[in-house]
Ligand binder design. Structure first.
Ligand SMILES: Cc1cc2nc3c(=O)[nH]c(=O)nc-3n(C[C@H](O)[C@H](O)[C@H](O)COP(=O)(O)O)c2cc1C
Length: 249
């Protein structure tokens, strides 16, 4: 389909190599404004962005995220914070007690909103020729990041994203996905389609990694199974609780 937005979204990929050129101030401003226009649950606007440009501070976030060079090499790092501190200010004005952060619904709603903001941020960044990678690695050490960003109670760093000028010579190819029919299913869930899609995708992704020269990478099944057989970020519940969140109805 010949549509520039569809074309851009279909070509999106994580960009982990940057030239080191700075992101223009007016571009960053436009990206942040576009991101803010994303929808939010009940218009609560329970997301805040922490925009990190100081190189030493970016290096520290990279360290917290497990020493990821793609974070250290970015010109800007944005942390997407679930922010029920803002809505608590509203509750104060309205004279009520806010309890939403002490509910599973609150954590789900706030996390969804942060994810929507991340996707919008990436789309806006790509539209202006920049590259970005989501960084869930910040949840490796959430306590350290909370302290580093001086996050108050009722807030939580859900995910981050890098931003920079892509080094086109070191740019990854677009990564294939599971077959569309096993992803977007008409009317109701089809477990057979999903299972077949996994088997098919194992071969597709294996061939793709090999074509990238990354023969050490596993298949989809091998790599996801390896990660998902562990609780790979083991302090999420504890750090959420320390910030005043509870996962309960
Ligand atoms: C929530 C989230 C967290 C992620 N965390 C990281 C990360 O910490 N480091 C990284 O290099 N990539 C990270 N990624 C990028 C994924 O690895 C990437 O999206 C996936 O492999 C698909 O590749 P593509 O984005 O190039 O299509 C993350 C993606 C998402 C959505």
């Amino acid at each position: 389909m010949n549509n520039p937005v569809i074309e851009q979204l279909s070509q999106r990929r994580s960009v982990r190599a940057f030239t080191g050129e700075p992101v223009r101030e007016d571009d960053l401003d436009a990206i942040l404004r576009a991101t803010q226009q994303a929808p939010t649950s009940i218009n609560g606007q329970q997301t805040s962005l922490l925009v990190i440009r100081d190189k030493q501070r970016i290096a520290r976030v990279a360290e917290i995220a497990g020493g990821q060079p793609q974070v250290a090499g970015a010109d800007v790092v944005v942390v997407f914070v679930m922010d029920f501190n803002r809505t608590a200010e509203a509750a104060k004005i309205a004279g009520t007690e806010q309890v939403v952060e002490r509910s599973a619904e609150g954590i789900v709603a706030g996390s969804v909103d942060a994810g929507i903001a991340l996707a919008t941020f990436q789309a806006a960044a790509n539209a202006l020729g920049y590259g970005s990678t989501p960084i869930g690695g910040i949840r490796r050490n959430p306590e350290q990041l909370i302290e580093f960003l001086e996050l108050p109670p009722r807030t939580y760093p859900v995910v981050a994203a890098t931003l920079g000028v892509p080094d086109t010579e070191r740019m990854a190819q677009v990564k294939p996905r599971v077959p569309l029919e096993s992803y977007a299913m008409p009317e109701r869930y089809d477990a057979d389609k999903v299972a077949n899609g996994v088997a098919e995708y194992d071969a597709v992704l294996r061939a793709w990694w090999d074509a990238q020269g990354l023969t050490q990478m596993g298949t989809y099944s091998q790599d996801t199974a390896k990660t998902y057989s562990t609780i790979y970020y083991p302090t999420i519940a504890a750090s959420l609780r320390a910030q005043g969140f509870e996962f309960t109805d």
